[in-house]
Ligand binder design. Structure first.
Ligand code: UD1
Length: 344
């Protein structure tokens, strides 16, 4: 079975994707510099699949080391490029770190691909490229809005770098996946989201508050033009998201792509508010999440959810998990983390 390079493979979405790739028989090589993940994730993957993936501790920004890595693991057939920095607030404070990490790594991969005869690359993009869409649900051909942060800009520029490079060179093809809001964890609770320090994202903050690590969740704004006033997002189970990567890779390897660069929304098609997430979490876990409404967070979009019709039809892929099951899995993972910390 084909060899797949997964950059950022010990990260949140990366690790779940490695599991799904191994489950269908792909051989995986992970490249990760562990800047925002732990080496223990490899053991979690091994517990689930019975296979410890090959691992290289390399920063994708380091061209020479990446070149050597491709030499060592020859015959890589596709790359899934997750490795990137992703904290919106930090990107405003340290823009060069974001431009360097997120764009130099991509440029390195695109330069190394023809040298090592790798034709296929899947790129992690984000619904952030749409800004606040004028029409909801948002389709792939909705206009790209000016980015609100250097992080968002790296995703827009990354997509452009891919399109320009691939159209200039017939030996490549790419699938760009625009993620909506991934949440939840593998049903085994062996892998999940592991934020460093105080979480920026909603779900880890909810679960950490529920378990008592944080006193109170802050809900950023209840005066938006939404049914209950809090922001609305399209929350998708990370395992559903991971499975779409397997389909994208298989599609490229079987030469089933319709265009040399294809772009897909990965979402459920359903928008949920912050308050609905809290309420549903409390209902399915029986645990209460103390929260208070505070002011809006700068840069937040009011409401966005996907039109996943194109991905559903073309990829034959649909997000299947219910939000109830997804929230339960996030809670099981948080409880498992607590157990591990107590044992240490
Ligand atoms: C953001 C980015 C997205 C990026 C993702 C991953 C934007 C517009 N979106 O998504 O591109 O891929 O992070 O890092 O830049 N919330 C609270 N309290 C909290 C945390 C969050 O109320 O403590 C609310 C937010 O206001 C938002 C929702 O929860 O309405 C989701 O927030 P978050 O999980 O941070 O994701 P996004 O901002 O949607």
């Amino acid at each position: 079975m084909a060899k797949i390079l997964v950059t950022g493979g010990t990260g949140y979405i990366g690790s779940h994707t490695v599991v799904e790739l191994q489950k269908v028989g792909f051989e995986v090589i992970i490249v990760d510099n562990l800047s925002n993940s732990s080496i223990d994730v490899l053991s979690g993957i091994e517990k689930i699949t019975g296979i410890r993936p090959a691992f290289e501790n390399i920063d994708c920004v380091d061209y020479v080391s990446m070149d050597r890595m491709f030499e060592k693991h020859n015959n890589i057939e596709a790359i899934i490029h997750f490795a990137a920095s992703k904290a919106v607030g930090e990107s405003v404070e340290k823009p060069l770190l974001y431009y360097r990490n997120n764009l130099v790594s991509l440029i390195n991969l695109l330069q190394l691909m023809p040298i090592h005869k790798v034709k296929n690359i899947v790129f992690s993009s984000s619904c952030t490229v749409y800004g606040q869409p004028d029409i909801l649900p948002v389709t792939e051909d909705a206009p790209i809005k000016p980015a609100l942060s250097p992080y968002g800009n790296t995703k827009q520029i990354g997509e452009e770098i891919i399109r320009d490079t691939i159209y200039a060179n017939p030996c490549y093809q790419s699938v760009i996946l625009r993620y909506f809001n991934p949440i939840g964890a593998h049903s085994s609770a062996e892998i999940g989201e592991l934020p460093n320090g105080v979480p920026n994202n909603l779900l880890p903050f909810v679960t950490q508050t529920a378990i008592g690590l944080r006193k109170q969740l802050q809900v950023f704004g209840n005066d938006y033009n939404t049914p209950d006033g809090s922001c609305v997002r399209d929350y998708i189970h990370v395992v559903d998201l991971a499975k779409a990567h397997v389909v994208a890779v298989e599609r490229m390897l079987k030469n089933e792509t319709k265009k040399r660069v294809e772009t897909f929304n990965l979402g459920t098609g359903r928008g949920l508010s912050v308050l609905e997430i809290i309420e549903t979490f409390e209902k399915v876990t029986g645990v209460s999440v103390p929260y208070k409404i505070v002011g809006r967070r700068e840069g937040d979009i009011e409401k966005v959810w996907a039109d996943p019709t194109y991905a559903n039809g073309e990829l034959g892929w649909t997000a299947k998990e219910t939000v109830e099951e997804t929230l339960r899995s996030a809670w099981a993972w948080e409880q498992n983390l607590e157990k591990r910390n107590i044992q240490e």
